[in-house]
Write a protein of this length. Sequence first.
Length: 324
Amino acid sequence: MKSVRFLLPVLLLLTLISPGCSFRPEAPRPPLRIEWTYWPGDWILLVAKDQGIFEKHGVQVEPVRYEVFDDAIPDMAAEKIDGGFFVVGDLIPIYNNDNLHAIFITDISDGADQVVATSDIQTPADLRGKRIGMAFGTFGELFVLQMLQNYGIKPAEVKFVDINAEAVPDAIPTVIDAGHTWEPATSQAIEKGQHIIFTSAETPGLIPDLFVMRTSVLRERPDDVRAFLAAWLEAVEFTKAHPEEAIASIAKLSGMAPEEISFEGVRLYNLEDNLAAFAQNPGSDTTSIYYTTQLYVQSLVDSGILTTRPDINQMLDPSFLPQP
C-alpha cells in the first residue's frame, strides 16, 4: 500500500506537466498589423515602433506600409489589416454592418493637402475649363469641391479626372492641368515646375485623419487597443519634445532622407483635442468630428457613391479614449 500511495502523487505530477495540461503558457498574441503611408500624421507609428514605446506599453505592432494610399482602403474593408489611418470620407464607403470603428483622431490637415498646377494657372479662379485630378470617392473629392466653391466655380465648369494623389506630378500637364496631392509628391511637382495654388489651411478642420480598427479586434483585444492609444499619445509628446530623434526614427523605418521629413501643415491631435472633438455631437462646425463626418456623408450621397447613410454614432467610437 505504501508503494501505491507513493505512485499516485507522481502520476498526478506527470499529468500536470504533460503537453496537454492546462498550465501550458498562453500563446503570444500576434502583432497588430497597422497601415501607414507617407502622410506625416502616420509617422508617429514609426516613432513609437523605433523608440520602443509600443513595447513599453506591452503591445506588439507591425507597421504595414502602402506606397499608394488608395490601395489600403480595400485591404481595410477586406480585413487584411487590423487598423490604419483614414480620413473620414474614406472610411464611410467601406463601413458596413458595424465592421469598422474610428476610435481616435490622429491629426488634422492644416496645409499639408495641396492642389498643384501648371505655371499658367495662378489661382483656383483660373481653373475654369481646366482638367483637375483627384481620387474619386475619397476625401480628395470633397477637398477639391470645397476649393471650387470657395472661388465661385461650379463643378460643371471644370473636367474631373480620377487619379491617385501620388501620380499627380507626372500627370501634369499631359493628363491634367491641376491636381490634389501631398508630400512628398508636392515637392516632386515643384521640381517639375508646377506650383501650389490651394492648401487645406483654407479649409480648416475639413480633413481629419482617424485611427480606424476592425470591430472584431476591438472586441477581442481591448487591452491591446488601449495600450496602442497610450503608446501613440506618448509618441506624439516625444516627437514634439525631441523632433530630431523622432525624425531619425522616421527616416530609419521609412527609408526617407531626414530633410524630406516634416510635420509642417499637419496638426497632431492629443487627448484633449480628441475629447473636445468627440464631445460636440452633432456640433455646428468642423471642430466636431460628428459635424465633419456628416459633411462627408452628404457629399457621398450627392455624388451617388453612397446610397445608405451609416450610423455615425456607431462608426465613431470614443469609448477607447483614455480618461484624463
